[in-house]
Design a binder for this molecule. Structure first.
Ligand SMILES: [Zn+2]
Length: 261
């Protein structure tokens, strides 16, 4: 599942393949039509990752893509094919970049500061980078229109961006907190520690081929996708709830993460 660390790795690959080269083709591949308004022949000057968004910048345009929960970015030779799942295709003379199963694609004018792009302006600080965590806690406190639980706020990209469904469960476990703990039951310091932990995990996995929140032999993750299996600390059975955070599941250990603490 792509989270901030994965996007950063994809951005590295895309940057390596495209920057300094001229675009020979750019299209919304699913529709087999050129990306309207894009200047073929322009040079790719920058590739950026912001939270879960990946941006390809030419001299005059940004292409922004978001691959959601199930998509991916792929880099290969000019003949690279992604079949029917391709949302965006950008081709240079010796390479092609595909975004598969995109949930958002946008072409905008180029601005130096990508955070000024409309869709990115509302995002919170990117936890892949050094951020002011007091500011993040402040943003968490004014969140509206969402379940006000620890699990929900960790993945709220308006509060801070980068964390997704895997880290949501892992951070709650490592914090010893039930994921459905109401935000109002958490001290600022606890909330700050939870985001600090999430940021640390994202950065530790920045260059790892396989995401890991747990060291040593055995599973790489503590609770994510381990429903019914024994907790790696206490052997109690891991649980999952699917009716939270807009239907995205969350996993926890009922013994290590009791409610009402
Ligand atoms: Zn446990």
């Amino acid at each position: 599942m792509p989270e901030g660390d994965t996007i950063a790795q994809w951005a590295d690959q895309v940057r390596h393949a495209l920057v300094g080269k001229r675009v020979v083709r750019a299209e919304l591949a699913l529709q087999r039509r050129p990306l309207a308004g894009f200047d073929v022949g322009s040079e790719v000057v920058r590739v950026e990752a912001v939270g879960k968004h990946l941006l390809i910048g030419t001299e005059r345009r940004w292409i922004r893509g978001h691959v959601g929960l199930h998509g991916a970015w792929r880099v290969g030779g000019p003949s690279l094919s992604g079949g029917r799942q391709v949302g965006v295709r950008v081709e240079v003379e010796d390479a092609a970049v595909l975004a598969l199963r995109t949930t958002e694609v946008e072409l905008t004018r180029y601005v130096d500061e990508v955070r000024r792009l409309p869709r990115l302006a509302s995002l919170g600080p990117d936890l892949m980078h050094e951020v002011d965590l007091d500011l993040v806690v402040g943003r968490a406190r004014v969140v509206r229109d969402r379940e006000r639980t620890l699990a929900a706020v960790l993945t709220d990209q308006v509060v801070a961006c980068g964390l997704g469904n895997v880290y949501k469960s892992e951070v709650c476990f490592l914090s010893g907190r039930h994921p459905l703990t109401p935000l109002d039951d958490l001290e600022d310091a606890e909330l700050k520690d939870a985001f600090a932990l999430g940021a640390r995990l994202l950065r530790e996995n920045r260059h790892e081929p396989r995401r890991r929140t747990r060291q040593g032999p055995g599973p790489r993750l503590w609770v994510y996708d381990r429903a019914g299996q024994p907790c790696l600390r206490c052997a109690d059975a891991i649980r999952v709830a699917r009716h939270t955070d807009f239907g995205r599941p969350v996993w926890w250990c009922p013994a290590c993460q009791p409610t009402g603490r």
